[in-house]
Design a protein around this ligand. Structure first.
Ligand code: NDP
Length: 453
């Protein structure tokens, strides 16, 4: 069966050159599915995985806009409509200079499995642009978003494709994108999620990914009759996912000592509290500052600048029991993973998508610690996006408690599916296999039901 994986990977690399992140995401899934393919030759003969690797549609477009100096700027926009076997395409938009076709294909591919795990009827997609929002004025951002949506609007719709936010796309950007869609389509409809609460957004959507990751970590710990109370936690990133992961961890009595951005990380040994978190949210979301400014206000904390010449990130050398990587892909390599284990980490719960390299993941898997992959652990965001779609269809909004309870139930369901699938296919405790297998089976069976489309 290993021959099947190597032949598949050879083909993927030949057909999708220069897309290392996409190769990495496919390889991880293919390795997990070896046991499934052995037991179920029907998936192989129907070439289900081969079809899942090929996006149903890729849209790539020019995004011209004018900066504040009257200069013309040109960016590239993308939407990958990966798989609609179980529902309309669903997945975020990322605005970051590193965005390219391969990165969005990896994210769209992962999204298919993640959305399947949520128990909701959501297909998988992803999109974005190489536009860098950092340092741009509000006016520039709005003009960029309007130009981006002028093209994207032709391809999306509440029953076709429903984008949301991701890196660089938060409530402000969703607002500009929604406004332009509404104007072009001449209808008020749930075509984006992560909307403001006054105009169709769900309660708890901003919090959902971070909260969900913490709920998933609690579920993992419960299998060892443990919980988060008093646990020292490392969190990376300082954006949407990181902020709400910290909020929920603090609420549950954990001691969170770190946050980061691409310039460096801060350590606050005392742990964050509500006041400190309020400062961070204001700094990052309103003043749009950098994380190092935290140590100017809270002088007992320290700041360590990122050093690209190192082969490891010193953040992951800090002693802690739990780690929540919430920044970006491949932020933890094998050395970082080893350092974490030496520092006492027993739980790694991925708020970000694919934050651990394949070598890093194999170190974590071999160690037997609790390792929750992003597909499962950060699915709370898209789950509440699915709930936002349901509320929009009903023209009704649930209370904060109602949405939070549903989120907790969904995270518990996802956890159970991962545990069951890992056990059924002979790798108990392996959440990576569990998530890939459980996510795959639902989509694969739906594809078989629907014929060759
Ligand atoms: P934000 O844009 O709100 O925050 C991203 C954070 O990660 C920032 O602190 C940013 O620092 C840091 N970061 C981004 N790129 C890099 C990089 N190349 N190197 C180091 N740090 C980096 O994004 P989100 O919080 O929404 O997303 C974070 C992760 O979570 C991503 O992997 C995303 O795909 C994933 N995710 C997000 C969901 C959501 O609902 N938002 C849902 C599921 C997963 P800086 O400001 O310096 O760039």
């Amino acid at each position: 069966m290993q021959n099947y994986v190597s032949a598949l990977m050879q083909d993927v690399k030949a057909k999708n050159p220069s897309e290392p992140e996409f190769h990495q995401a496919v390889k991880e899934v293919a390795d997990s599915l070896v046991l499934v393919m052995e037991r179920h030759p029907e998936y192989r003969s129907a070439k289900v995985l081969e079809r899942m690797i090929e996006p149903e549609r890729v849209i790539m477009f020019r995004v011209p806009w004018m900066d504040d100096n009257g200069g013309v700027q040109v960016n590239r926009g993308f939407r990958i409509e990966m798989n609609s076997a179980i529902g309309p395409y669903k997945g975020g938009l990322r605005f970051h200079p590193s965005v390219n076709l391969g990165i969005l294909k990896f994210l769209a591919f992962e999204q298919v499995f993640k959305n399947s795990l949520t128990t909701l009827p959501l297909g998988g997609g992803k999109g974005g642009s190489d536009f860098n929002p950092k340092g741009r004025s509000d006016g520039e951002l709005m003009r960029f978003c309007q130009s981006f949506m002028s093209e994207l609007s032709r391809h999306i719709g509440p029953n076709t494709d429903v984008p949301a936010g991701d890196i660089g796309v938060g409530g402000r950007e969703i607002g500009y994108l929604f406004g332009q869609y509404k104007r072009l389509a001449n209808e008020f409809t749930g075509v984006l999620t992560g909307k403001g609460q006054n105009w169709g957004g769900s309660r708890i959507r901003p919090e959902a990914t971070g909260y969900g990751a913490v709920y998933f970590a609690s579920e993992m710990l419960a299998t060892r009759k443990d919980d988060l109370t008093g646990k020292r936690c490392l969190v990376s990133g300082s954006g949407n996912v990181a902020q709400y992961a910290v909020e929920k961890l603090v609420e549950l009595g954990a001691r969170v000592i770190s946050l980061s951005d691409s310039s460096g990380f801060i350590i606050d040994e005392e742990g964050f509290n509500a006041e400190k978190l309020h400062f961070i949210m204001d700094l990052k979301n309103v003043r749009r500052g950098r994380i190092h400014e935290y140590v100017e206000k809270f002088t007992d904390a320290s700041y360590v600048e990122a050093d690209a010449s190192l082969d490891h990130n010193p953040l992951w050398k800090r002693e802690a029991e739990c780690a929540f990587p919430c920044a970006t892909q491949n932020e933890i390599n094998a050395q970082d993973a080893g350092n974490m284990l030496k520092g006492g980490v027993q739980v790694v719960c991925e708020g970000a998508n694919m934050p651990v390299t394949p070598d890093g993941a194999s170190v974590l898997l071999k160690s037997g610690i609790l390792y929750g992959p992003g597909k499962a652990a950060n699915a709370g965001g898209v789950a509440v996006s699915g709930l936002e779609m349901a509320q929009n269809s009903m023209r009704y909004g649930w209370t904060r408690d109602e949405v939070d309870q549903r989120l907790q139930m969904i995270m518990a369901d996802i956890h159970r599916s991962c545990v069951d699938a890992a056990e059924r296919f002979g790798t108990p405790g392996n959440y990576v296999n569990g998530a890939n297998i459980a996510g795959f089976l639902k989509v694969a069976d739906s594809m078989l039901d629907q014929g060759l489309v």
